[in-house]
Each structure stands twice: as C-alpha cells, then as structure tokens.
Design a protein around this ligand. Structure first.
Ligand SMILES: NC(=O)c1ccc[n+]([C@@H]2O[C@H](COP(=O)([O-])OP(=O)(O)OC[C@H]3O[C@@H](n4cnc5c(N)ncnc54)[C@H](OP(=O)(O)O)[C@@H]3O)[C@@H](O)[C@H]2O)c1
Length: 216
C-alpha cells in the first residue's frame, strides 16, 4: 500500500534570535560544516521543496554539491508561475528533475513561458498551491521523503496543516534582529501555546559554534 503522503522533514538554519534571514534577505547563516551536513541530508531524501520567495531572494540550486550523492527532485511552490526564467533552478532543470507547482491563478502567459523548459508543471489548488493535494500527488510519484527548506511562510503552512514529521534546526551564533527579518515560522501563527505544535526533542549535536536540534 502506498502511503498517502511523503514523510516530511523541515530543515532550516536560524540565528539565535530565530531569524532565517536578515531584513535584506541575507540567509548565509550556516557554516561550511553545517552545509555539508545539509547536503548529506539532501542526498538521502527523494525531494526538496521551497517557496517562491526563497527562489526570488536566494536563487538557490537545491542540489547536493558539498558531498557526493544524488540530487533529489526539486519542487517550487509558485502559485502564479512567476519564477524567474533566469533563476538557477530554471537554468538547471534539464539536468535536475524539477516540478513547479502552480495554482489555477497562474496566467496562461506565465504557464507557456514555463512550458519552454524541461520541467513538470503541476496545477494544484485554486488561489495557492494546495499542499495536501500536492503531497498526495508526490506519493503517487513514489516520493517517500520530502525535505522542506523554507522559507518562513512555507514552514508555517506545513506546521499549521500538521504535516511536519521531523524538524532539524541549526542554531547559528548570530543575533540578527529586525522586526521585518523573516523568522523560522511566519504566517498568522497559533493563538495559544496549547494550540501550537509540541515537538519531541530527539537529538542535540554540537557542530563547532553551532547546535543542531532534531525534533519529531
Ligand atoms: N536560513 C534558512 O534556512 C532559510 C531557508 C529558506 C529560506 N530562507 C529565507 O526565507 C526568506 C523567504 O521566506 P518567505 O517566508 O518570505 O517566503 P517563502 O516561504 O520562501 O515563500 C512563500 C511563498 O510561497 C508561495 N506559496 C505557494 N503556495 C503556497 C502555500 N500553499 N503556502 C505557502 N506559500 C505558498 C507564495 O507565493 P505565491 O503566492 O507567489 O506563490 C508565498 O508567498 C528568504 O529571505 C530566504 O533567504 C532561509
């Protein structure tokens, strides 16, 4: 029997004060050592998922580069199909399998721009990408493990829907500040602690000047 959704691991590096980027969008928080750890993790999952703002801000490759290993499938949540044609993800989609998940709100024009590239476009959701339906479709594609790599808005959505099985957070030795700097979890937030997600601390690893926390 196929599982109805992949196992979801949410991973991020945050400053001591809970930010995952500065107010200008600088997210270079992890040390080289931590990046190696993340790339090992990437090589063990079937797919990596990020939100459209992370692509806009960071222009990530989402590949395994610091260690030897396979590149997982890359998934971008991009309701309006506005991903930059020059982004690293689009430029490398010939070599690395890529899904751009869009909603019915995406214009025909934007979709046809995307269709020029060898990637899969999944239309899923009315105004925004419907995450639950997306996970169902990924299961059908034999995606068993999904690494969610942010940003804060996407993290909130997965947490709100109770879809996070594991959380791995690196606490980096920076105090970033800034009320507009993106935090680990954005969105509207829970109204009370008893309504929030209570996780179980499984492991703590010290990596030089950083601490990696594993929760389930
Ligand atoms: N330190 C770290 O580990 C780390 C990791 C990742 C990102 N970051 C930082 O995080 C920042 C970006 O975070 P962010 O919160 O602004 O944006 P985000 O979470 O990367 O992307 C959010 C966007 O994803 C799209 N989306 C589509 N369907 C969605 C759905 N069902 N639920 C939620 N989002 C959906 C929406 O845009 P559309 O409506 O246009 O589709 C939404 O605005 C960047 O500065 C980046 O550097 C840091």
């Amino acid at each position: 029997m196929e599982k109805s959704r992949p196992r979801v691991i949410l991973s991020a590096a945050m400053s001591l004060d809970g930010k995952i980027a500065t107010k200008t969008g600088d997210s270079e928080l992890s040390s080289k050592q931590d990046k190696v750890r993340i790339h090992i993790l990437r090589s063990k999952v079937d797919a990596i998922l990020v939100g459209s703002n992370t692509v806009k801000r960071d222009d990530p490759l989402l590949t395994v580069r610091y260690v030897k290993g396979k590149n997982p499938l890359r998934i971008v949540l991009d309701s309006k199909a506005t991903i930059n044609q020059k982004s690293q993800i689009i430029r490398t989609c010939k070599k690395i399998p890529t899904i751009v998940a869009v909603s019915k709100k995406a214009s025909r024009q934007n979709i046809s721009k995307l269709k020029k590239h060898p990637l899969e476009i999944m239309v899923i959701g009315k105004n925004r990408v419907n995450i639950k339906s997306l996970l169902k479709s990924l299961s059908k594609k034999k995606i068993k493990t999904l690494l969610v790599e942010g940003g804060g808005t996407v993290n909130w959505e997965f947490i709100k829907l109770g879809l996070v099985d594991e959380l791995i957070v690196t606490i980096t030795p920076y105090l970033v500040g800034g009320q507009n700097a993106i935090t680990l979890v954005e969105g509207e937030g829970f109204s009370h602690i008893h309504k929030s997600t209570k996780l179980k601390l499984k492991k703590i690893c010290q990596l030089g000047n950083e601490i990696v926390l594993h929760y389930s």
